[in-house]
Each structure stands twice: as C-alpha cells, then as structure tokens.
Design a protein around this ligand. Sequence first.
Ligand code: FE2
Ligand code: FE2
Length: 460
Amino acid sequence: MLSSSSTPSSEPHAESTIHQGAVIAAVSFALDLTEGQPPGHSLRCAWMGMQIGLSLGLEEEQQTELLYSLLLKDAGCSSNAARLWELYGNDERLVKHDYKLVDNQNFLQLARFVFRESAPQDTLRNRLARILYLGRNGDKLATELVQTRCQRGAQIAKQLGMSDNVAMAIHCLDEQWNGKGRPEGLQGESIPLYSRIALLAQVMDVFHQTGGRHAALQEVKKRRGTWFDPALVRVVEKLAVQDKFWEGLQEEGLEARVLSLEPIAQRKVLTEDLLDQMAEVFASIVDIKSPYTHNHSQRVRFYADEVAQELGFSEGRRRSLRRAALLHDLGKLGVSNHILDKPGKLDEEEWAAIRLHPVYTEEVLSRIPGLHTIAKMAGAHHERLDGSGYPNSLHAEQISLDTRIVTLADFFDAITAARPYREAMPLAKALTIIQNEVGTVIDPECYAALHARVHGWGLA
Ligand SMILES: [Fe+2]
Ligand SMILES: [Fe+2]
C-alpha cells in the first residue's frame, strides 16, 4: 500500500538549459498573486514598458535591465503584506489591488479608499477608530510601507544577480514626477528612467484591465506631470494608436513575446548553482510574508536533505529535492495574511483558500521548462498516503518517495519551529507525534531516516 511511484527522472540535464528570463517570468506570476493582480500583470507591464523603452532607442544592455526591472518591480511585495493586513484589517491583496487604482495625490480619492478598505467586516465603532488612526498617521505609514517594500525589492534583485540599475529601478518604483512620491520624494529626471517607465506601465495595466484602452490612456494623460514624465506620456500616446501595442497584451503567447524582447546576446542560461541561488531567494520572498513562517522553507530544505542523505540519494537527486523543498510553499504568496496569520481556527472558506497554495506552487513552477518534476513534487507536499490530503487526494502509489520526504520535512518543521505564540516543541515529543502518523500521512522509510538523523544531531 505504501510503495511509492517511480523516482523522478534526472532533471539536472534539462535544468542546465534553463534561461534566467523563463524563471523570472514564471515567478512574476507568484508576485502578481501577492499584489492581488490578475495573472500576467507583471508580464503585461513588461510588454508595455519594453515598447516604451524600444521607442526611446535604448541600448541592448539597457533593454535587458528595463525588462528585469519590469518583471521584478513587485519583488518586495510580500514584505509589507502582514503589516498591511494589520493596519487595514482587510485582505491585503484587495487593499493592494484597489490602492493601485487610486491617485494618492488626490485627497478625496485617498480618503474614500481608506474608508472603503478599512476592516469592512468590523463594527462601525472599530472601523471608525481604525480610519481615524490611518487618517492621522497616513503619511508616515505610507512611507513605511513603501520603504519596506522597495528596500526589500531592491535587495532581492541584487540577490538574483541583477545590476545596480535594476535594483535602483525597483527601489524607486513609487517615486512620482512632481516629487510627491515615495520613499525619497525624488523629482523629475532624478527618478531612474526604468522606474518612471515601470510606474507608467503599472498604472496602464490596472486601468486597462478594469476599463480597457480608453480608460488606461485617460488615466495616464490625467497624471501627466504629476505622477508621470510628460515626455514618456507623449511616447505612450503614439504607441496607443497602434493596435499591435494592445494586441501584444493578449494572454496567449504573452510570456514568449515578452521574453523574445530580451536581446539575444544578453540572454543568460542559468548554471545549476545559480538556479539553486534563485530558489533560495524565492523561498525567502515566501517566508517573509508571514511572521509565522520565518525561515520555514530553509529548514524544510535542510530536513529534506538530511533524510535524502540517510536514504543514500545521489547528489543530482538531492539537488532537485532541495529545490522542491525550498519552493514548496511558493503558492502561499497567493494566500492572504488574514488567513496565514489568523491566530484562531480557520473557517471552511479560509481552509479552501489554504488548500489552493500547493496548486499555485505547481502552476507557477510548471511554467519553467525543465522544472516539471520539481513542480509536481512541490505541488503534492500536502498529499497523504491514505488519500486524505490535498489538493488532489492522491494515494500512496501516486506519491513519489521524494515528495514524501518534502511532506515529512514540512510536517516536522511545522510542529518543531518556535512560533510567536508557542515555544519550540522538544524533538522527542515531535518524533512521537510524527510516528503516530506513519502509514497514513508519513512514509515509514522516510520517518526511520529522519529518526536516525535526528539522533545523529545529538538533540533527541
Ligand atoms: Fe504548504
Ligand atoms: Fe510548508
């Protein structure tokens, strides 16, 4: 009953042809989820922003920098999610989504936004107290939120091996032409060109998604000279009369169209080490989303690798496993912090949202050619041998040994890690709890390997 499906094919050969652009374009879908944007937002921004850049006659190196600035503009998005939830008492993905439709230089629009988004389910009295607090501290809070996001985003870009120009572009995404943006209040051409283009593309996409071409263009014109560089608005006006500019945004083939805009000489094939490094950076984007998951993915990677070593896995197979372990919760970027950080019991609807996270994980990773096995492994980490897991209620024979290791490592960390509301559980007790799940949730061979390893650490 417990026999596992065949071992994964040796993926490292396929992985050696993976392009940096393909990985970042795929992960941009996870960033869209965190921002509450319809899937493909970052790619659409990249398409529009690149058309602007090409019209300006950017050099090849600049084109590449602009492309990655656009795809990674929201790299820091998970870092302020918990704080946004705390401040607004509302699904922060909705708050983020709706905020992108607001002109924050317009007091009335901003006031309406705060009133509408502040804890809509709460009592009137609590809501008013919250609104008052947000109103009194609005400026300071907005700067804090932008600062957290842009500093973290720039740091992530550097960790991914991007140039200083890309990091700076992400850092300055929310600066506005007339100096009323954040975090530095930069003005005019002191704002990096890539940031000016990215903000313009971002606003165009959100208005295009909600109101079509006309709405997008109107909004850009309305914010000419306040938010946007008038010279860039002129470029957009010229582009907007061409059907191909808008037709390029169609979902089908968008990813390939956008990636084809990276000049051939600039395209980078990832080495195995770089791919490992990227997996680690993406894992950190996930873990920072919630105060409860600090370093969770790193520890799952460690435990999974320990078990794999005990089971005598080859280095290539361990490498794939480590990546799957690091990325298993990537889909949590699409789950609101009002659920992830909820101290009490989850209701049915909230559980349904939680059950989606491995689905998102698999969807995002499956976009990367050469990572399909890892995508499947990571996407099945909540399946259980007895068929009672999620999202697909797989049974033992459908769950690979590698996936079973990720499941065990995840389970082990979930019960042993210290939480803000709970001390770390002694390892001996944790092992007993896991032992009770052997055969139904946990694979006996994996459990024996972990048990042997834990004793080797001399901690239990
Ligand atoms: Fe999970
Ligand atoms: Fe997890």
